[in-house]
Write a protein that binds this ligand. Sequence first.
Ligand code: ADP
Ligand code: MG
Length: 397
Amino acid sequence: MKPAGIAFAIAAVVAIAIDGWMSEALTGHPLQVWIWASNAAIFLALGLQIRKLRRDKRSAERGMMRFTREAVSLYSLQGLQTDMNEAQERLTGYARHEAHGATYLLWFPTDMRATAQAAFALAVEGRPQHFDAVCVRKDGARVDVEVSYVPVLSGSRIVGVYGILKDISETKRNQELLQQSDKLAVVGELAAGIAHEIRNPLTSLRGFVQLAHEQKPSAYTEIMLSELDRIHVIASELLLLGKPQALDVTDKNVATLLESILTLVNTQAILHNVEIAFEREPDTEGIAVRCEETKMKQVFLNVLKNAVEAMPNGGVVTIRLERTGGDVHIRISDQGIGIPREELTRLGQAFYTTKENGTGLGLMISYNIIEQHGGRMTIESEESVGTTVDIRLPIAD
Ligand code: ADP
Ligand code: MG
C-alpha cells in the first residue's frame, strides 16, 4: 500500500475508535451528530485528495505520451496495447482504436518477432531494451525503426511497458548513399588505373606490329593494327571517365562527343545483338554545347547503356540529333521492355533499379549533370514498345 493509503487507513481506525468511545459517553447528546458529520467530512476530503494525486500522476504520463515526438505505445504486462499516441498512429498507419488490445507484435514482420518477444520479456522484468527492426505499416510499406521497450513503474512495481519506435530510414538511406558514392569513386579510380596500365604496353605493341606490317604487309597485321587502335580508344575513354572531375567547361561538338561514346558502348551492344543507328539532321552539323566533357560523356554512356540493357533479345537503338531554336535535342530511343507507367515517376530516384546488378544511380547522376548544364532531360516510355530519352541542351554561341 502507498504512504497516502496507509495514512488514510490509520486516520480511519483512529476516528472509528474515538467515535466508539464518544458515542458511549455521549449517547443521546446533540453533539453526537456533529461529531459523526465532521468525521464524514474529513474522510471525504482525504479520499478526494488521494484521487486527485493519482489522477495528476496519470495525466502527467499521458501528457508525456501525447506531446513527445517519439511514436509511443503503452502495453500491459501481457503485451496488449492499451494506448498509443498520434506519432505512433502516423508511423504505423494504424488508428488508436484499431490497435487497441492488439499485441506488441502487430507491426513486426514474422522473422523479427522472436527478437521483439525476447526484448519485451526482459522489459517486463525491469530491463529496458533497444533494437533495430522493420515496422510493416498498415498499408504494407516497410520502415526501418529503432525500437525501445521501457518498463512503466508505479512506485517500485512494474505495471506496463512503453514501446517506442523511432524512424531511422533517413539515416539508413544516407549511410547507403555514402557507401555507394564511395564505391563509385573506387570503381572509377580502378578503371582509370587499369586503363593507364594498359596504354603503355599497348603503345609498344602497336609500334612493333606497325613495324612488322611495314616490312611484310598482310591482312592479319592490318586487322591487328585496327584492333589495337580500338583498345587504345577504349582505354582512353575509361581514363577520362575515372578522372576526378576537371572543372572547366569548353565548347564541344555534340556529334563528336556521341561518336566517342559509341566506340565504348558498341562492344556491349554487339554482345547483346543490338545495333546503334546515328541519325542527324543536316542543320546539326558543327553544333557545339558548352560543357564539361567527362560529365557529358557520362550522361550519354548511362543512357545508351540503359537502352542496350532494355533489349535482352536485341534490336535497334536510334540516336537522333535535331535542333529547335537555340537548343539541340539528343533523342535516344530503344525498342526495349519499356517502363510501366506507375514507375515513371521513380526514374532518377537514387537506388531505383530493376536490374539484378544495377546501381540505380545512372539516371540520377544524368539528370543532375544535364541540369547543371542548363538543359533538361525527359523520359517517355511504353511497356513492351520502348523508351525515348530526350536530352535538350543550349547550343554554344
Ligand atoms: P541501373 O541501370 O543501374 O538500374 P539507372 O538509374 O540507369 O540504374 O536506371 C534505373 C532504372 O530505370 C533501371 O533499373 C530500369 O528499370 C529503368 N530504365 C532506365 N532506362 C530504361 C530503358 N531505356 N528502358 C527500360 N527501363 C529503363
Ligand atoms: Mg543504368
